[in-house]
Design a protein around this ligand. Structure first.
Ligand code: SAH
Ligand code: SF4
Ligand code: F3S
Length: 461
């Protein structure tokens, strides 16, 4: 029996066992996701498996029979939130002793964290890491039938398990993982330690999944990986990210495709050309630069310098009309000086990002940066951080003002309040406009009529 057949067998068993245990033909499961789109995509698999077992999904932890938190380890703040939220579950478990509480995801791949969870939260019945998600039915079966606490972590077999059931959260915006793991080992980052080595899915499988999504009505598909530019390594001579992206964009149908994350060290002119030549590929690139100081980039093990970053940015700007660039930036890396930080601000001003994800450096156990000298106090880093936000706010305000009077094709995403909809342009900018909820999930034309506090208003044409 292959691995997934075995899991299908446990799924069948659980379909009978869970209703008896919970006195409900369709027990309720609550899955809460922390962290990035990788975890969102994993949670969609966990939800798919739960549905295959006959469970229904609920947004309310209070009414659930099974609660799973899919956790993120990228910064201390993310971990603290999880510890706090798990603490709050104690009362629920007391009220409903049959409640099964499970924790999974990136935090659980760190031994010191899994140990702390095991000791501090005796009511957590199941702990599993990122590499064994495909075995969730088997683990749940053992946790439920034996009543013993189960911890399964630290097994990276380097495999990709295709064919796990999936419950996609959105009906017109969707994530499509093209690869897993990361080999880059940036010195501050825990991801390679908790997600394992980089491995790519076969292009034919990705294409089939993309086609199925388009047929199911998805309008905005994001190809997902920690470093999509190195897609294809180890699976074939010819597989490459630009060619995969092009093939996805050539699928029949009216949809947009975007991707994240691309690492500047591997972003090629070929990739930019493919974006420029294929109208379904969004004119939006998320290209994290992390720091504008060459000295700090070296310490971070990023394998590019500011000149190389600017070269690819300038090439992209010259080729792709109305390009939006977004990025991640870390403030206060160990040893960073105010002068280094000023170089980060210079880069931000030079590029003119549409938006930034900004982080204060957070030491991660087991990473090289956590052992580096870090003399700048946190309060000082916070001041730099505020300075950066101010610079970015001015850039964003100008960009918004420049859009007034222009017309864009948008995908209507959600209702903000009665009668007001939020729609997004190809280059990832949100515009609010009056309209009815039946427009959600459709492409429309919108004319931007005003920009106020970085919020754009417009009218559908
Ligand atoms: N693979 C992506 C990023 C994944 S993590 C890439 O290389 O761009 C998302 C972001 O979190 C990173 O880009 C970085 O800006 C931030 N980050 C990662 N580790 C961090 C740490 N220890 N402290 C602060 N920010 C961190
Ligand atoms: Fe982390 Fe660097 Fe890998 Fe991104 S590329 S996940 S920042 S190690
Ligand atoms: Fe967090 Fe794991 Fe993503 S550490 S940022 S959820 S890969």
């Amino acid at each position: 029996m292959d691995e997934l057949q075995k899991q299908a067998h446990y799924t069948d068993l659980l379909r009978d066992i869970l209703p008896l245990r919970y006195g409900n033909a369709h027990p309720k499961a609550h899955v809460r996701t922390y962290g990035c789109q990788q975890n969102v995509a994993d949670s969609e698999k966990i939800k798919g498996m739960l549905e295959s077992m006959g469970c229904t999904l609920t947004e309310e932890a209070e009414e659930a029979d099974i609660i799973l938190f899919n956790t993120c380890a990228v910064r201390e703040h993310a971990e603290d939130r999880v510890f706090g939220n798990v603490g709050e579950l104690k009362a629920l478990k007391r009220k409903k002793p049959s409640l099964l509480i499970g924790l999974c995801g990136c935090m659980m791949e760190q031994k010191h964290i899994a140990d702390r969870i095991y000791k501090s939260f005796p009511y957590v019945g199941l702990v599993f890491g990122t590499h064994v998600i495909h075995r969730f039915p088997e683990m749940l079966y053992h946790a439920v039938t034996t009543g013993k606490r189960l911890v399964e972590r630290g097994y990276d077999d380097g495999q990709i398990y295709e064919g796990i059931p999936m419950h996609r959260d959105g009906s017109f915006k969707g994530w499509l993982s093209i690869m897993y793991g990361c080999d880059n080992f940036c010195t501050y980052c825990i991801v390679p330690h908790v997600r394992g080595r980089e491995r790519s899915r076969q292009p034919s499988i990705v294409l089939e999944e993309a086609k199925a999504m388009v047929q199911a009505g998805y309008k905005d598909i994001t190809l997902l990986g920690q470093n999509v530019n190195s897609y294809g390594k180890g699976i074939s001579e010819t597989a490459s990210f630009p060619s995969l992206l092009k093939s996805v964009s050539e699928i029949d149908g009216d949809f947009w495709v975007r991707f994240m994350t691309s690492h500047p060290k591997d972003a090629s002119k070929e990739l930019i050309d493919v974006i420029a030549e294929n109208p379904k590929i969004c004119n939006h690139i998320h290209l994290p630069f992390q720091s504008g100081s060459d000295r700090i980039l070296k310490q971070m093990n990023r394998h590019y310098d500011k000149a190389k970053y600017m070269e690819i940015v300038n090439y992209a700007k010259s080729k792709i009309p109305d390009l939006a660039l977004t990025s991640d930036v870390i403030v206060g890396f160990p040893g960073e000086t105010y002068e280094d930080f000023q170089q980060t601000l210079d880069l931000i001003r030079e590029v003119g990002f549409t938006s930034l994800f900004t982080f204060i450096y957070s030491p991660r156990v087991g990473t090289p940066a956590a052992k580096m000298d870090d003399p700048v106090p946190y309060e000082e880093k916070s001041r730099w951080f505020s300075e950066l936000l101010k610079v970015q706010e001015e850039i964003a305000a100008k960009r918004c003002a420049d859009m007034v009077g222009k017309t864009y094709r948008v995908l209507v995403e959600e209702q903000k309040k009665e009668g007001i909809l939020c729609a997004r342009t190809q280059n990832h900018i949100v515009v609010e406009a009056a309209g009815t909820s039946d427009l959600i999930g459709t492409f429309q034309q919108v004319e931007v009529t005003e920009a106020r506090n970085w919020i754009l208003r417009g009218k559908f044409l």
